[in-house]
Design a protein around this ligand. Structure first.
Ligand SMILES: Cc1ncc(COP(=O)(O)O)c(C=O)c1O
Length: 412
């Protein structure tokens, strides 16, 4: 069988949580778009940090403080290499994707957007990449416009054309939709933005963990993603920003470690990226993320992508055969990331998720922090399954069996 399809079986032994039972049944985890499970290598890296060199960073003169600082900065270099940033100075550690996008909104947006400017986002955004732009457009009296999507879940590029001659300051869009699964043509969208003179903010929360991503090739200005969605711990996220832009920006938060000199009334900020990392950072998070990146790169991001395409293809195929299922987003697995949102006729997604929990299967149900998108789909909620490296086709089979059972029980 294809190497990519075999990946799940090969790596499962590294994920202790997958051995547990839920409601007396083997645990099937199909919610990796919310957060991924952690391999023993990441858990051990964090344990090793606390057991052998726990210290605050960038300030201690003693050995373990230097070791902790080196490990923290080494994590930054790993992130830079993962996304092919020009330099680790372009990598700012944040808490998560949400904080990274808010940082751009406050530090770049509040200082560069003026009354009457236009801001663009899309109707398929997670709230994290929509609400900051609501705040910015309100506080600056700027015009926020949203690009729609078509029946198959693709962005309406024709709508973008309309804004070509407008004074667009910023274009924020998701790399991959956490509901539709659509992978957007990022390079093309960045080109559009450049023609309009807009700065680009790419929400890559559902992309960087799942496929090769090269920020130099994409040429975006900012990109955000979360460590916990790529085998790393919670509380560590990344903002990539072009160095020139980061240099020009004011800090988001002020306090310890982000200044060079402090006078009575003013101070000189530290260099990038430390200017944006006020206070004690999440050292264990960065170390865990570095271990996660090692783990992912050992497999290969292209292998991970192929594995998810295969699983998605298989799942779409067997799900539609159940009948009475509506799924959202593109029909081609090549054009989607490894998640499928759907509704089964006659049952609310919350009830469906509760039923599946009784079968040991964890899925997401609700609006997935994308209310606007759901209202555009004409529904308030959906059920969502999402895959990662450890998922295997037999888990999809178990899901299908359970869905058939619920259909029988409810007479659907
Ligand atoms: C597309 C997308 N953007 C942003 C986020 C927010 O990520 P976090 O909660 O880690 O900030 C998510 C999380 O589900 C997401 O899927």
């Amino acid at each position: 069988m294809d190497e990519a399809f075999e990946l799940g079986n090969r790596v499962r032994k590294d994920f202790p949580i997958l051995n547990r039972l839920v409601k007396g049944k083997p645990f099937v985890y199909l919610d990796s778009a919310a957060t991924t499970q952690k391999p023993i290598q990441v858990i051990e890296a964090i344990k090793n940090y606390y057991e052998t060199f726990n210290a605050n960073v960038h300030r201690g003169i003693y050995s373990i403080a230097e070791e902790a600082t080196a490990a923290y900065e080494n994590a930054r270099e790993k992130v830079a290499r993962l996304i092919n940033a020009r330099s680790p100075r372009e990598i700012v550690f944040t808490r998560n994707t949400t904080e990274a996008i808010n940082l751009v909104m406050y530090s770049w947006g509040q200082n560069n957007v003026r009354e009457g400017d236009m801001l663009l986002a899309t109707e398929m955004e997670h709230h994290s990449n929509l609400l900051p732009w609501h705040i910015l457009s309100k506080s600056k009296r700027a015009n926020l416009k949203l690009i729609g999507f078509d029946k198959e879940g693709f962005l309406r590029l024709d709508e973008l054309e309309k804004y070509k001659n407008e004074d667009v300051k910023l274009f924020a869009f998701t790399f991959a939709s956490n509901v539709l699964g659509t992978i957007n043509p990022v390079r093309e969208l960045v080109k559009y933005a450049k023609e309009m003179g807009a700065v680009t903010v790419v929400d890559a929360a559902q992309a960087v963990p799942h496929m090769p991503v090269d920020v130099q090739q994409l040429d975006c200005d900012f990109m955000a993603f979360s460590g916990h969605k790529m085998l790393g711990p919670m509380g560590i996220g990344v903002l990539y920003g072009k160095e020139r832009l980061l240099e020009e920006m004011e800090p988001f938060m002020v306090g310890g470690e982000m200044v060079k000199t402090v006078g009575f009334e003013s101070s000189e900020w530290n260099d990038v990226p430390w200017k944006f990392e006020a206070g004690t950072p999440n050292v264990e998070g960065a170390i865990g993320l570095a271990a996660a990146i090692d783990y992912l790169q050992h497999i290969g991001m292209d292998v991970i992508r192929r594995h998810e395409i295969k699983l998605t293809e298989y799942a779409l195929d067997v799900l539609v055969r159940i009948g009475e299922i509506t799924y959202y987003g593109p029909s081609s697995p090549e054009q989607r990331c490894g998640l499928i949102s759907f509704n089964l006729k006659g049952i609310h997604p919350h009830d469906l998720a509760m039923f599946l929990d009784n079968e040991g299967i964890a899925i997401r149900a609700g609006h997935h922090c994308a209310m606007l998108l759901h209202s555009k789909l004409g529904t308030v909620a959906s059920a969502r399954i999402s895959f990662y490296i450890y998922n295997i086709p037999s888990e999809v089979d178990l899901l299908v069996k359970s869905l058939e059972k619920i259909k029988r029980m409810l007479g659907i």
